[in-house]
Design a binder for this molecule. Structure first.
Ligand SMILES: Cc1ncc(COP(=O)(O)O)c(C=O)c1O
Length: 392
């Protein structure tokens, strides 16, 4: 079955009993038992819930496995993997540009508890090899990354990690299972901020962990119930609805991103465009190999100052200024003042995060409206600058 067909049909039969084409929302905390411990597979909704179970089955189908557990947020999903696999003295390897929330929980929660965090340039195989030891439990990959959309070689990193006895986790939030299937590339675990493309409509917070093997999944599944960070049946139902259009949406996101990247490249006020689909992007060749599309995100550096960026990002017609990504509605973000503001300026510079870097999450609007909105904004920056020159 092709991906689009799977996202509509797999694990989604009509509801037994009523024949309802759309599964009901099982908004219940508990379930009647026939005798103590005798029930129909559900006893308490923190442990298991039919709406959540259906979502987990669909997500598993889309990532090409049999094991999925959903959580109340992407970070709760990240936490479950870390808690399951990192014990005091264990090591984890993460990319330099790992998602800020993952960096925070590692350095503020797991680091102080005795775990050793190695932040490494994952495109440098020697640097990765230098930090891999018998105590390394996890190699954590994001690809493409935030906000420069760097791409790392999941298959090569998996080989190196496995040779050292470590498990490989891929945060597949930016790529989605439509464009990237990490289990086929060697990953042992996949995490998602479902909040983004999977749910797709900026109306909920949710996360997921998937595993290829039963024994790797079990500790995560245990923590889902034991720590209790589960999403509501209603939020699971919303995600089930969103997933049916996942491929349609991300194909439109990606086509819009491509049109925007091309237009930005041509604009004189744009110093640099980050989009894995551009041949000049450092991860372009790997992306071509390991992805079936280049994703829906674009970032660029404005050739100007922070003072130019603020009015540009604050006054777009179709790009709402806000954190998050992957929604049908376009979003724009200024990492230096928003998502990455807590990183000291010198560190940001070392990471290549310029103060005039702007991150775009094109939605599903028409690409001409989005491109016009952006070029009008850039032209306005240029016009403002010319006026200043005349006044001086
Ligand atoms: C790559 C990535 N992973 C994990 C998360 C955390 O997800 P959530 O915000 O749903 O907790 C985010 C959130 O932005 C993210 O971008």
């Amino acid at each position: 079955m092709e991906f689009a067909t799977r996202s509509i049909h797999a694990a989604q039969p009509a509801e037994g009993g009523t024949g309802a084409l759309v599964a009901p929302i099982f908004q219940t905390s508990t379930f009647e038992q026939q005798a103590p411990g005798i029930h129909q597979g559900f006893d308490y909704s923190r442990t298991n819930n039919p709406t959540r179970a259906r979502l987990e089955a669909v997500l598993a189908e889309l990532e090409g496995t049999a094991h999925a557990a959903v959580f109340a947020s992407g970070l709760a999903a990240v936490n479950a993997v870390l808690q399951a696999y990192l014990k005091p003295g264990d090591g984890i390897v993460v990319p330099l540009d790992v998602y800020g929330g993952t960096y925070r929980i590692l350095t503020r929660v797991f680091g102080p508890a005795g775990c050793v965090v190695h932040q490494v340039d994952l495109s440098d195989g020697d640097a990765v090899a230098r930090v891999l030891t018998p105590r390394t439990r996890l190699v954590w990959i994001e690809s493409p990354t935030n906000p420069r959309l760097l791409v790392y070689d999941i298959a090569a990193l998996s080989r190196a990690a496995h040779a050292a006895g470590a498990l490989v986790v891929v945060d597949n939030t930016f790529a989605t299972p439509v464009f990237q299937q990490p289990f086929g590339l060697g990953a042992d675990l996949v995490v998602h901020s479902v909040t983004k493309y999977l749910a797709g409509h900026s109306d909920l917070i949710q996360g997921a962990v998937l595993a290829r093997e039963t024994d790797v999944f079990e500790p995560v599944k245990f923590l889902q119930n034991a720590t209790g960070a589960v999403p509501s049946p209603f939020d699971c139902w919303l995600t089930l609805r969103g997933l049916q259009t996942l491929e349609l949406r991300v194909e439109r996101h990606a086509a819009n991103a491509e049109a925007i990247a091309a237009a930005l490249e041509r604009h004189p006020l744009v110093r640099r465009v980050y989009f894995p689909g551009l041949p000049a992007h450092p991860g372009h060749e790997i992306a071509r190999r390991q992805m079936t599309g280049f994703g829906g995100m674009v970032s660029f550096e404005l050739d100007g100052t922070v003072e130019d960026v603020v009015p540009f990002v604050s006054s777009r017609r179709f790009f709402t200024l806000g954190e998050s990504l992957g929604s049908v509605k376009s979003l724009v973000c200024h990492p230096a003042r928003m998502t990455h503001a807590s990183i000291p300026a010198a560190e940001r510079e070392a990471l290549g995060l310029s103060d005039t870097l702007i991150r775009l999450s094109p939605g599903c609007e028409h690409h001409r409206d989005l491109v016009t909105d952006l070029t009008e904004g850039l032209d306005a920056v240029g016009a403002g600058r010319r006026k200043e020159t005349i006044v001086v």
